[in-house]
Design a protein around this ligand. Structure first.
Ligand SMILES: C[S@@+](CC[C@H](N)C(=O)[O-])C[C@H]1O[C@@H](n2cnc3c(N)ncnc32)[C@H](O)[C@@H]1O
Length: 263
């Protein structure tokens, strides 16, 4: 492992060890019922499926999928996220979710083990997103499905650069949110024709979003200044800020790409 990759991995562990206790808190978009329902509606599911949720965190998606399939493996790099998820799964009486620590870059499973592989909101944290993608593809059965969901950057390069700069300021384990085109290229360049490419806006409360990562005072000030500035027709941040009941909100854009691995 190179030094910068190692440093990045340390940032992931530090960030998500800190977030683990707050991650499932009500009010965050992560466990929002409407967004989860939208996700499940768009994934082919059946009771025989064995599923991997890669970089599963506390298993918000994995635990939701558990009711619709045979078994879900929830793999993540951060032990505290898994421990929080395992506790919640126990409280919900879920017996078919298996939590395991590991890296998406080296999935500890044999080729073609899973009927469905999902990965939500993690690609923007990957040091080199192609390696986890290839691993997810490797462990998907022929004829099985791969579903990647993430934040996306705006298509305009300059705005995307500013957008990623602000995201990284708030969370130093954010590397880069791909654009829609980059996600489609990623699938197509690996022989997968997306059957679905869906987008949706996700409303974010700026203060809550900053609290989840415990962003520093200076990061908060810079981000608020940038968003307030955009509201006054200043530089575009790609975050599409707006005011609601006096509070500053903005929009994330989520993508869902679904493809079937050729038989
Ligand atoms: C924003 S959270 C998303 C969690 C979950 N997928 C969800 O949607 O609720 C990102 C997760 O990716 C995990 N992660 C980041 N890089 C990883 C890697 N290389 N391998 C495995 N997990 C990783 C982090 O530990 C964290 O739990």
């Amino acid at each position: 492992m190179t030094n910068s990759r190692k440093k990045h991995q340390e940032k992931i562990l530090s960030q998500f060890t800190s977030q683990a206790k707050r991650f499932d808190q009500k009010g965050y978009s992560l466990s929002n019922k409407e967004y989860l329902a939208w996700t499940l509606e768009n994934i082919p599911l059946n009771k025989d499926m064995v599923v991997l949720d890669a970089a599963a965190g506390t298993g918000i998606l994995a635990r939701k999928l558990a009711g619709a399939v045979r078994k879900v493996y929830a793999l993540d790099a951060t032990a505290s996220m898994l421990a929080a998820g395992e506790k919640l799964a126990g409280e919900a009486g879920l017996e078919n979710v298996i939590f395991k620590q590991g890296l998406a870059e080296a999935l500890p499973y044999p080729d073609q083990k899973f009927d469905l592989v999902t990965c939500r909101l993690a690609f923007h944290h990957f040091y080199d997103y192609k390696t986890p993608f290839l691993e997810m593809l490797r462990v998907t059965k022929k004829g099985g499905f791969l579903v990647v969901m993430d934040l996306i950057s705006p298509a305009a390069e300059k705005i995307a650069a500013r957008y990623n700069e602000l995201e990284t300021l708030r969370d130093d384990s954010h590397i880069y949110a791909l654009t829609e085109k980059e996600f489609i290229d990623l699938f197509e360049n690996h022989g997968l024709q997306p059957a679905k490419v869906l987008n949706r806006d996700v409303e974010m409360v700026t203060e809550d979003w900053l609290n989840l990562t415990k962003a520093s005072k200076s990061a908060r000030e810079t981000i608020f200044r940038a968003l307030e500035g955009e509201l006054k027709n200043g530089e575009k941040t790609g975050m599409r800020p707006f005011k609601k009941e006096g509070a500053l909100h903005f929009l994330h854009r989520w993508i869902l790409v679904l493809a079937q691995k050729p038989a």
